[in-house]
Write a protein that binds this ligand. Structure first.
Ligand code: G3I
Length: 341
């Protein structure tokens, strides 16, 4: 048995040993009663190295998202040379633990390989490169991905399209093309547009709404919208149900895809309670929405989080602390999932 196979089996065996004492149900059990999947982003280096981290993921979550290892710079570091190894290991882990996989992400302006960003390609070449990337990636994982984040973060805060290599060279049609190509490569995968700061009704979420409405009207195969939900303790979205509801009304799915709630460090009881309230706002909004399919946190432990290295002096954004101890936010999520609807 390979080391990784042993790891997978260990993860599967510990799946029901990790709920805190007095809490017989895991988050995934509680979420299943609402037909909701609860997920986490996964740092695959930590997955390989950290047994308690692995056990928590196997036990508590019913969907996983690779935090980095399906991004373009990782899967195609040199033109035409693919490295699926880390992503394949996560998919195998998920299958061994009865979890769905969210594919993240096909078209983005970040974490692109240098050969692509500095290649000075013509519009025709770039279009072929993007098409090939989508076909190759989606085909490689065909049948194994539940939801793909097809296009990520294409809008500015004011609702205009973000100035990226894709918009600049290909024009706004790259978005519809990406969905069409992804659908051709795996007709059964759900295909989402994914962005941040679109939890409330605002200029950006309205631009996303207008886009997906237009795409639907044109017959473009888009399934729904991912709301990343990177928040802070000082503000809880207050029009989120209304916002999710308008996507529901269009017949589109929604998903909370990257929830975390950061604070100025150090944490204290007041900030931790405020954090719990924001997590509750996000989750309750999803639970109140008919077609909100999944609630994914962008990492579940403060031990591994993108926040401190991005926002100086901020952190403690996750449900568990660095020692995997539950915070008030974890209790709030349990309580929300325990309510019978
Ligand atoms: O690739 C190098 C690796 O070779 C090197 O060994 C390592 C050592 O520092 O750095 C690696 O790159 C880092 C990469 O994560 C993988 O660990 C980058 O420096 C770092 O910037 C990168 O950060 C990721 C970030 O996206 C980059 O845009 C975060 O982990 C990841 O959580 C974050 O995720 C994004 C979502 O994809 C989209 N939405 C926002 C979210 C948060 O920014």
């Amino acid at each position: 048995m390979s080391v990784f196979a042993a790891v997978i089996v260990a993860g599967a065996l510990t799946a029901h040993l990790v709920a805190p004492a007095g809490h017989p149900d895991t988050l995934r059990d509680l979420a299943a009663k609402h037909h909701l999947r609860i997920g986490t982003a996964v740092d695959t280096a930590a997955l390989a190295a950290d047994a308690p981290y692995r056990a928590e993921i196997a036990g508590e979550f019913s969907t996983v998202t690779p935090e980095n290892v399906m991004k373009w710079e990782v899967v195609e570091p040199r033109r035409g040379t693919y490295d699926w190894s880390a992503a394949d290991r996560l998919v195998a882990f998920a299958q061994a633990n009865g979890q769905q996989v969210r594919g993240h992400t096909l078209v983005w302006h970040n974490q692109l390989p240098a050969w692509l960003t500095s290649g000075n390609f013509s519009a025709d070449e770039l279009r072929q490169i993007l098409r090939k990337h989508i076909f190759d990636t989606v085909s490689h994982f065909k049948g194994k991905i539940w939801q793909w984040d097809v296009v990520n973060e294409a809008f500015n805060e004011d609702g205009t399209l973000r100035d990226t290599i894709w918009l600049e060279k290909l024009g706004p049609g790259y978005i519809a093309d990406a969905f069409r190509w992804a659908h051709q490569a795996d007709p059964h995968a759900l295909l989402l547009y994914n962005d941040y700061n679109i939890e409330d009704v605002n200029a950006k979420s309205t631009a996303v709404y207008d886009l997906v409405k237009t795409l639907r009207a044109q017959g473009v195969p888009i399934s729904g919208v991912g709301l990343q939900s990177h928040e802070t303790v000082s503000y809880a979205p207050n029009t989120m149900r209304q916002n999710l509801g308008r996507f529901d009304d269009l017949g589109l799915d929604t998903a909370i895809t990257e929830a975390d709630v950061r604070m100025d460090l150090p944490s204290d009881a007041i900030k931790l309670q405020a954090q719990a309230n924001v997590y509750s706002t996000l989750l309750e909004s999803c639970l109140a929405t008919t077609h909100c399919l999944s609630f994914t946190v962008w990492g579940f432990t403060d031990k591994y989080s993108w926040v401190p290295s991005t926002f100086e002096g901020e952190g403690a954004a996750n449900l568990l602390d660095e020692n995997f101890q539950p915070k008030p936010a974890y209790a709030a999520v349990r309580t929300d999932l325990s309510v019978t609807r």
